[in-house]
Design a protein around this ligand. Structure first.
Ligand SMILES: Cc1cc2nc3c(=O)[nH]c(=O)nc-3n(C[C@H](O)[C@H](O)[C@H](O)COP(=O)(O)OP(=O)(O)OC[C@H]3O[C@@H](n4cnc5c(N)ncnc54)[C@H](O)[C@@H]3O)c2cc1C
Length: 394
């Protein structure tokens, strides 16, 4: 039986970050196990771009946002690879469309309140001011927006590969196409079984997102997770300069639907997605077929508000969100088995991935993380009370 100080199950965005942080400390005593090929497109982390932002409307995430940028800067400094591109970011609220909708704090006031609390520079703009600075937008007039200059893009696919490469540089072992069939706490350690090998480790990090419950089966834990099939569309706009990262910000649109968009990055194309717009599925039942209803919805949004952002569709890509009922992360050790650490990104974790890697390494090593993560515990009501209602509609 091969023995390791630590094993990371799942080498997606969060697992690869944890592997790197553990390898910095434990060198060859760390093993990463990935069921598919590294860089596969079946999970949640494989795409050219994810939004990173200080623009948070919930204090528990705002409290982590600056540290997330610092953690990415550390990875960039060690690898000399650019992973974060600051484009500035707009949060646009379509007030007319949201009349009567339960918006909670996901509105301009919700953001500015948190900005003031955390000392984040920002500008509040009306529709005319937005169109004056970004004439790419064609707004109706009832919109309001907040601009934050640090927002931008994390190149997820690149960052996953950089985390894996740096982990290997520190001596970590990484096995792809090595599906973990069981994680079994055993005394103070853990037994990890794959089809062809059995490993023993002092501690295990499970960052398996949509497959989390399957991997944790023998840890006596089943989480109330909803898996959603999300999709993003790339448009081969002919107006490349207008939508270059230096001239067009990442944006989030809070209206009848919550859209988000990117300047030209990765592909020679702009990209649009809808947050929490997907249908419920599972890691096994998900398809790679785009939903034509959402595809049409994206097209109509672009035609109305960003006519030159669009163009021939390059492709539409599907991807998975794995969401607890309260839409909050899971970052904790298993109560009865503290040698097993669990991470679930709840559909919005990539911006924090580098920092979450650090937090997971601390938890796995039995240290109290330097960052406030109590809101993401495994013992919170949303994960333990079967009657806890989902805070989202599917
Ligand atoms: C369309 C879309 C847009 C998003 N946009 C943003 C954004 O703009 N900003 C942001 O911050 N976040 C965003 N997110 C969320 C973010 O991408 C995810 O929260 C994050 O990528 C989750 O990473 P992960 O490592 O937990 O999941 P994954 O990347 O899915 O990794 C889990 C890994 O575990 C492996 N695995 C599972 N079971 C086993 C097993 N038994 N044995 C071995 N390996 C196993 C899987 O194969 C997989 O590689 C978006 C997500 C989607 C889908």
């Amino acid at each position: 039986m091969d023995s390791y100080r630590a094993i990371v199950v799942g080498c997606g965005g969060l697992g690869s970050a944890a592997l790197y942080r553990l390898a910095r400390e434990l060198g060859p005593g760390v093993l990463g196990l990935e069921q598919f090929e590294l860089g596969h497109g079946r999970g949640a982390s494989q795409d050219h771009s994810r939004i990173i932002r200080l623009a948070q409307h919930q204090p528990r995430y705002a409290a982590l946002a600056r540290a997330a940028y610092r953690a990415w800067a550390e990875v960039e400094a060690e690898s000399l690879q650019t992973l974060v591109v600051r484009t500035g970011g707009l949060v646009i609220e379509d007030r007319d469309a949201r009349q009567g909708l339960a918006t909670g704090t996901r509105n301009i006031e919700g953001y500015t309140e948190v900005f003031h609390r955390f000392g984040v520079d920002h500008e509040v703009l009306d529709a005319d001011e937005v169109m004056a600075r970004w004439p790419q937008f064609r707004l109706d007039g009832g919109e309001r927006a907040v601009h934050q200059s640090e927002s931008g893009i994390v190149d997820a696919a690149r960052a996953n590969a950089v985390h894996i490469a740096l982990a290997r540089a520190h001596g970590a072992h990484v096995r792809e196409r090595a599906a973990v069939r069981a994680v079994r706490p055993d005394g103070a350690g853990v037994v990890v079984e794959t089809d062809d090998r059995t490993y023993r480790a002092d501690r295990v990090v499970v960052a398996a997102d949509a497959w989390t419950n399957r991997v944790l089966r023998e840890c006596g834990l089943r989480l109330p997770l909803t898996v959603l099939q999300e999709q993003v569309t790339y448009y081969a706009t002919p107006h490349l300069a207008e939508f270059a990262p230096s001239r067009f910000p990442v944006f989030m649109w809070h209206g009848e639907h919550n859209f988000y968009g990117f300047p030209v990055h990765g592909e020679v194309a702009t990209k649009l997605g809808q947050h929490m717009g997907g249908h419920e599925t599972s890691a096994d039942e998900r398809t790679f077929e785009p939903d034509p209803v959402r595809r049409k919805r994206y097209e109509l949004f672009v035609q109305r508000y960003l006519p030159r952002f669009g163009g021939p569709e390059l492709y539409t890509k599907t991807c998975l969100y794995t969401v607890p009922p309260d839409q909050d992360f899971v970052l904790d050790t298993v109560p009865d088995h503290p040698q097993v650490t669990v991470a679930v990104g709840a559909g919005h974790a990539y911006k924090f991935a580098a920092l979450i890697g650090e937090v997971l390494a601390d938890l796995a090593m039995g240290r109290r993380p330097a960052h406030p993560i109590d809101d993401f515990s495994l013992t919170r009501p949303a994960l333990t009370d079967p009657a806890f209602p989902r805070s989202f509609h599917v």
